[in-house]
Write a protein that binds this ligand. Structure first.
Ligand code: C2E
Ligand code: CA
Ligand code: CA
Length: 536
């Protein structure tokens, strides 16, 4: 009769179940979805009662935990795995690292780590073939306890995996305090639809773990869509029904024989002077500097033409004038802000930074969309430096400056200069533009070159009278002329004025431009040499 056993029945048969092999171990492969190779496996406890059939781990594990039996059960699993690895080595089956679950109650057990190490030595299994999975929730019992156990495991050489990451308990804080070697991200905690919110959370987590330099295994992956999605965000390691359910020892040996293996690769090779751990600590000097002293800055990855923002500081957001939080910025695809031309400029700068391993600057125009401010054009100068790489993936650090205002001013000048240059290149003409509302005069490039007039003359014509370019005895007449123009009166079409320090006579002419209401907007002035005209 197959049925779930009562707690009493389970507790009553526990000793015998261990003794007679009703409790045993299954293995579930961990795969590299990009290569199809096996990178390891997880050992999972199974309980098959000869009378009542399969019992669920979700029933008996918590029960064993509550009754102080889990430690005994876990040591049994550990020993079974050691025997298994020994067997593989002995019969010449190439082994993969197998991870063993460590309950948080094992962590409270003072000698647990010594005991497993003792077992490992007994079977003489290389430590690299045994990983230990601890759960995020172990930290509930106090951080000191877990980090103590963690460093002891590390001292012995065990690779430690953080199980059930993302299941809720203050995930990121735990990560920065516990220096685990692998992170296991459970897809089931993040619900089915990878395209929606769950996907955003997963991708944010994967991005952050990249910065932490920690490989990620996605577990509970059931569909090819989930696996492909994880691959697309840079997580190739997969454990789940898609590849294999947990299988018994014999079946697992067959899989080991049939499948190629490969070791887990470290995520990213960061420049050694940067301490990624400190970077995540909100109290650290690095964070303080990142947020307050470096100006607008961002950290992002670049791979096969794709950019993902890992981190931006507060000033970055301020500099862009965006109405967004750091979290919201992380979900953006930066390329959405670029048109093709600017994207090319930016991408070339990235490639140049990779090539030269040096800081590279570029100026790009971006269009930002926000719900509050609508669309806005922004000019940014970016000083970019590559700070890490892994395979074809690169990490960049970029300082940004909003140069929109500088750029607009420059473009205005360039635009009027372009117009005037056009006119003056044909005749021997000096030309300028006078904006009535602002009393600003913008000269053509020849005025600037030959006469040393600055690009913008405010309160025109006073500065030019003062510096002697304009003859003082003509000053009042000229002021009157400007005054008339300001009032829309262009009856005085031209006059001969001796200009420059050499007092060379020029024909000076003005024409007016009006707005749609007939109000004068701009006066365009020009000066031609009198002598030259006479020669014609
Ligand atoms: P876990 O450590 O997160 O183990 C992964 C669980 O997910 C396993 O359930 C596995 O069979 C299941 N799983 C794997 N791939 C998929 C998938 O694609 N879809 C779905 N829906 N499930 C998948 P299992 O074996 O029932 O174990 C449940 C939990 O019991 C484990 O979760 C672990 O917390 C605990 N456990 C299992 N074995 C041991 C052990 O030896 N010691 C300790 N302390 N806990 C164990
Ligand atoms: Ca596990
Ligand atoms: Ca898990």
């Amino acid at each position: 009769m197959e049925r779930r056993m009562s707690e009493q029945e389970l507790l009553g048969s526990f000793e015998n179940a261990l003794k007679f092999g009703h409790i045993y171990v299954c293995y579930q492969p961990k795969m590299n979805h990009a290569t199809g190779r096996m990178i390891g496996a997880e050992a999972l406890m199974r309980w098959h009662d000869p009378v009542y059939g399969m019992q669920y781990p979700s029933d008996f594990i918590p029960l064993l935990e509550r009754n102080d039996l889990i430690c005994q059960a876990d040591l049994f699993v550990f020993e079974t795995v050691c025997k298994f690895q020994r067997k593989c080595l002995d019969i010449g089956v190439s082994a993969v690292p197998v991870s063993i679950n460590m309950s948080r109650y094992d962590i409270y057990q003072k000698n647990y780590v010594d005991e497993i190490e003792h077992i490992r030595q007994k079977y003489d299994v290389p430590v690299k073939l045994l990983h230990v999975e601890i759960t995020e929730s172990s930290a509930i019992g106090g951080m000191e306890l877990v980090s103590g156990v963690l460093s002891k495991l590390h001292d012995f050489g065990y690779v430690v995996e953080m199980d059930d990451f993302g299941s809720g308990y203050s995930s990121l804080n735990v990560l920065k305090d516990l220096q685990v070697d692998v992170i296991k991200l459970d897809m089931r905690f993040l619900s089915g639809n990878v395209g929606g919110r769950g996907g955003t959370i997963i991708s944010a987590i994967v991005q952050m773990t990249k910065w932490l330099n920690t490989p990620v295994v996605a577990e509970g992956v059931e569909t090819i869509e989930q696996a492909d999605y994880m691959k697309s965000i840079g997580c190739n390691y997969i454990q789940g029904y898609l590849y294999s359910k947990p299988v018994n020892e014999d079946e697992f040996i067959e899989k080991l024989k049939k499948t190629d293996h490969e070791p887990v690769a470290q995520a990213i090779d960061l420049i050694s002077t940067m301490d990624a751990g400190k970077f995540w600590n909100p109290q650290s000097l690095e964070t303080l500097i990142f947020n307050n002293y470096v100006g607008g800055a961002s950290i992002f990855t670049y791979q096969k033409g794709k950019i993902e923002i890992l981190r931006v500081n507060k000033k970055f957001i301020k500099e862009t004038g965006m109405n967004m939080t750091e979290k919201e910025v992380l979900t953006l695809d930066p390329w959405d802000c670029f048109d093709e031309k600017n994207r090319k400029i930016y991408e070339e700068a990235l490639l140049h930074a990779i090539e030269t391993n040096d800081e590279v600057s570029c100026e790009t125009c971006r269009t930002l969309c926000s719900k509050i401010c609508g669309e806005e054009e922004l000019w940014m100068r970016s000083d970019i430096r590559m700070i890490g790489k892994a395979g074809d993936q690169y990490i960049f650090y970029s300082m940004v400056h909003n140069i929109t205002n500088e750029k607009k001013r420059f473009e205005e000048v360039a635009e009027s200069d372009r117009k005037l240059r056009f006119a003056s290149e044909h005749a021997n003409v000096y030309a300028w533009e006078y904006t009535i509302a602002t009393k600003e005069m913008r000269p053509c490039f020849r005025c600037m070159r030959d006469l040393g007039v600055p690009p913008v003359v405010e309160n025109y014509p006073e500065p030019l009278i003062e510096n002697g370019l304009f003859p003082p005895d003509y000053a009042d007449m000229y002021r009157e002329w400007i005054h008339k123009l300001e009032n829309g009166d262009d009856s005085l079409k031209e006059a001969i004025i001796p200009l420059t320090v050499g007092r060379i006579p020029f024909y000076v002419r003005y024409s007016l431009e009006y707005d749609e209401n007939g109000k004068p907007l701009k006066a365009y002035g020009s000066a031609t040499l009198v002598i030259e005209n006479n020669d014609k």
